[in-house]
Write a protein that binds this ligand. Structure first.
Ligand code: PEP
Length: 274
């Protein structure tokens, strides 16, 4: 059935904030971003989860984590599984480029993490994106297509949950994050990011029900601020943003979500996209 894709803003705090700071910041962001038309998710460090959950109680801002392990339990010192955070966090970033770079995460592991999320009812925010040399050599689309294909292959056959919730979208969200744009102050062109979003949906449609692939929310990530978000939300193919550095600033988050709310309302009045 045709649907309006939701507008989603995800805050990735990375390795910032003590638990006390996290609770305080989450409370202030929730108060400054009271826009029910925008799905808002905060992903603090694991140790801040309880403080942020308490700070978000009574608001409609949702809680996520920045990673999960590819197994649910076992001899993996220092790791945290989807099973451990299920019931606390509803979302998990998987495959962030900083983890691909620093923890050498492969597409296969990332697909396995998505499977663990599926088993525990957590919604993955699956990150893909090309490096600078890959874009400059004209291979950006090939790289992103292969990241999506390989992760879906490792995810394996899953029952795609009924996509009946227009307010928050289906089970999966993809974030297109060109690596050269993350934390650099450089952003992709809105039109380039939109083309990549369509390529992601088309590729996903080979591995999941086509109707749900057409409704797959695709976010842009990479140096998004309140000043740059507009270019991305002007693209009907893009459904919001994954925000790193700017998500630690209350004013920036207020500006980003306010702009996203304008886009969300325009989208609702324009009607279904698929
Ligand atoms: C991110 O962490 O996913 C990100 C996009 O970071 P930044 O907004 O700082 O570029």
């Amino acid at each position: 059935m045709p649907r309006v894709r939701p507008v989603i803003v995800v805050a990735n705090w990375k390795m910032n904030t003590t638990p006390r700071e996290a609770g305080d910041l989450a409370g202030r962001i929730a108060a400054a971003t009271n826009e029910p038309d925008v799905v808002r998710v905060i992903c603090p460090p694991f140790v801040g989860l309880h403080a942020v959950r308490d700070a978000l109680a009574g608001t409609d801002v949702q809680l996520g984590v920045q990673n999960v392990h590819w197994e649910q339990a076992g001899a993996y010192t220092g790791e945290i599984s989807a099973a451990m955070v299920a019931g606390l966090a509803g979302w998990a970033i998987v495959g962030h480029s900083e983890r691909r770079r620093d923890q050498h995460e492969t597409d296969e592991r990332i697909g396995q993490k998505m499977r663990r999320c599926h088993e525990t009812g957590i919604r993955p925010i699956f990150c893909v994106g090309e490096k600078l040399d890959e874009r400059e050599s004209g291979r950006a689309e090939q790289v992103v297509r292969s990241q999506v294909e390989a992760a879906f292959e490792a995810l394996g056959p899953v029952e795609w949950p009924a996509h009946d919730d227009d307010a928050t979208g289906g089970w999966l969200v993809v974030a297109y994050e060109p690596v050269w744009a993350i934390g650099t102050g450089r952003t992709a062109r809105g039109s380039d990011a939109a083309e990549m979003a369509e390529l992601i949906r088309e590729t996903a449609g080979n591995a999941m029900p086509r109707e749900q692939a057409a409704a797959l929310p695709v976010l842009y990530g990479g140096s998004v601020t309140s000043a740059t978000i507009g270019e991305f939300l002007a693209e009907p193919a893009l459904d919001g943003a994954l925000v790193g550095g700017a998500s630690l600033k209350v004013d920036e988050m207020a500006g980003i979500v306010a702009r996203a709310a304008v886009g969300a309302r325009a989208r609702k009045s324009a009607g279904p996209v698929s």
